[in-house]
Write a protein that binds this ligand. Structure first.
Ligand code: PAF
Length: 284
């Protein structure tokens, strides 16, 4: 497994691969602190492509000054061992100085889809994500890139960006990976103390309950949202919304694919989760 640390060296490696017309590059971008959710993305990148790259970069531009950039876990050697075991060809791990050099001034803003949900409480976030993902794509030059459904709005932002900027990269979204009790896997789960870990369970439980109602025919967003809110009375709710899965705009009824998304703020961590529902795909 090669470790590449500069955009120039990464691009040179990818350009050499792309000289072979049959070779497909799969890419799993991460901020490290890898858990099973990341490893599912990495495995798909390895198995569905000829060569696979995973990146590890804790991106400063997607953290606000009051957020957890400094505390964000960075178990680099453990992460490398996990990626080696998955048979990734290249780990791309640039430094912040290489990614954002002196005088850095260019940002990618994806309008509309970035505005609600997490974008409302973290207004800097999707600009940072879209910018860094564009830069990673420019260096890695993947044919396919893999993201997790847990970050549903991030997936929608990246899909929109790839289409709008003609990037020609296939975006693959894989299902959320959960702990046995339902909690969605996240690098930030490490922050939870025992009390908050217990309280956090209401998030997935409430969403699963609403998903069952959706499957059973409930189509009223107000009903679905209040069911979720009622089941999360012991925690601080950032948002609960029913949105169109592609645009992330709130819906009045469930006519196409929708995402029921929620965020809660516990004393030790802010957590997000969601369920998707497509009435057109429902078995009769
Ligand atoms: O989902 C993440 O881990 C990050 O937001 C990403 C896509 C690697 C960009 O920093």
């Amino acid at each position: 497994m090669k470790i590449i640390t500069t955009p120039e060296a990464m691009r040179a490696w990818s350009e050499a691969q792309r000289r072979h017309p049959d070779i497909r590059i799969g890419f799993a971008p991460t901020m490290g602190a890898l858990h099973e959710g990341h490893l599912c993305l990495v495995r798909a990148a390895v198995h569905e492509n000829d060569v696979a790259v995973a990146s590890i970069f804790v991106n400063p531009t997607q953290f606000a000054p009051n957020e957890d950039f400094d505390e964000y876990p960075r178990p680099f050697d453990d992460d490398l061992a996990k990626l080696e075991a998955e048979k990734v060809e290249v780990v791309y791990a640039p430094t912040a100085a290489d990614m954002y050099s002196e005088g850095y001034a260019t940002y990618v803003t994806v309008e509309g889809v970035s505005n609600g949900l997490c974008g409302a409480s973290r207004p800097h976030f999707f600009r940072g994500v879209a910018t860094v993902v564009s830069k990673l794509f420019n260096a890695v030059k993947p044919h396919r890139a893999y993201f997790g459904q847990k970050d549903a709005q991030q997936c929608a932002v990246i899909e929109r960006m790839v289409r709008d900027l003609d990037m020609g990269i296939e975006i693959v979204t894989l299902p959320t990976v959960r702990e046995p009790d339902g909690l969605a896997m996240s690098s930030r789960n490490k922050y939870l103390n025992a009390e908050d870990r217990e309280k956090a369970l209401c998030l997935s439980k409430a969403l699963f309950h609403a998903e069952t109602l959706l499957r059973n025919g409930e189509r009223n967003p107000d009903v679905l949202i209040s069911v979720v809110r009622d089941m999360m009375q012991d925690v601080t709710i950032d948002y609960v919304e029913l949105v169109d899965s592609a645009t992330m705009a709130p819906v009045d009824t469930v006519a196409g694919p929708v995402t029921l998304a929620a965020a809660i703020v516990l004393p030790t961590a802010r957590l997000i989760d969601n369920v998707r529902f497509d009435p057109g795909a429902q078995q009769t």
